[in-house]
Write a protein that binds this ligand. Sequence first.
Ligand code: 8YV
Length: 306
Amino acid sequence: MRKIKLFVTKPFPASQDPEDRYEIVGPESLSDPEQLEDVRGIIAAGHMPIGKDLFAKLPNLEIVARFGVGYDTVEISAANDAGIVVTNTPDVLTDEVADLALGLLIATVRKIPQADRFLRSGQWQSGAFPLSNSLRGQKVGILGLGRIGAAIAARVAAMDLDVSYCNRSQKADAPYRYFPTPLSLAQSCDILIVVVPGNTDGEAVVDREVLHALGPSGVLINVARGSVVDEPALTDALASGQLGAAGLDVFADEPNVPADLIEMDNVVLLPHIGSAAISTRNAMGDLALSNIDSWFAGTGALTPVS
Ligand code: 8YV
């Protein structure tokens, strides 16, 4: 029997090789309509936009399985219009990303990378590393109390820090103070951790006003998407001292990071590694493939996005 054909945007890790049971084509086939005619599924890893332009080339497409919990690269309304199911990889990366967010928070406030650079460059020989700010007594605001936001909140609360949050709706079972808007949250906290899903409409929920509300000793941590923070406003606020520091795992135009940010000493910059641990990435790949397997076995998608 002929194998079902999948379009895979980028190689991804998984404990099984998808080529064992599927015929795989990649972006090189985009210029060859005949190759695409009988594609029935997409596994979408990386940044490639998945929307109506691509759907128009794939008349037999049934399912898009996103490798990742975020699906801002997929045009959901176009998928809905075309009757295409979209899945993502929730849960399997929650704790990994939350761990990384905590590491980035501590690294940013206590200046761990800067201290490492100080030691390696031999500066310790001439004196001690300058004292850093402290996390003690800081108020932490979580913007987005979804699965990952809740896992970060639990970790921050375990560090004996005050936690509050902003979410589209208040969570009845969340033991933290609720603020209805990003601005009201920023006005009431010292450290803002951004964990809201990325958007496709280009609107940054963390705008200049929110950044200024955090203030000169405020800290921004972003492990969500670059698109949810106004990056030029963030760069300005850090450069002018209107914002104290930032820890960023995500950027507006990855892998391009503004040179101004790279030159600053009050930021910690990571190359989007929130979920990038071997076991977690394998679990994400396995879940993306299981969604495809289940769909083509006739048992439906396992983790469809709403
Ligand atoms: C991955 C992520 O970097 O899950 C997400 O939404 O941002 C990360 O876990 C990405 O999905 C890899 O393609």
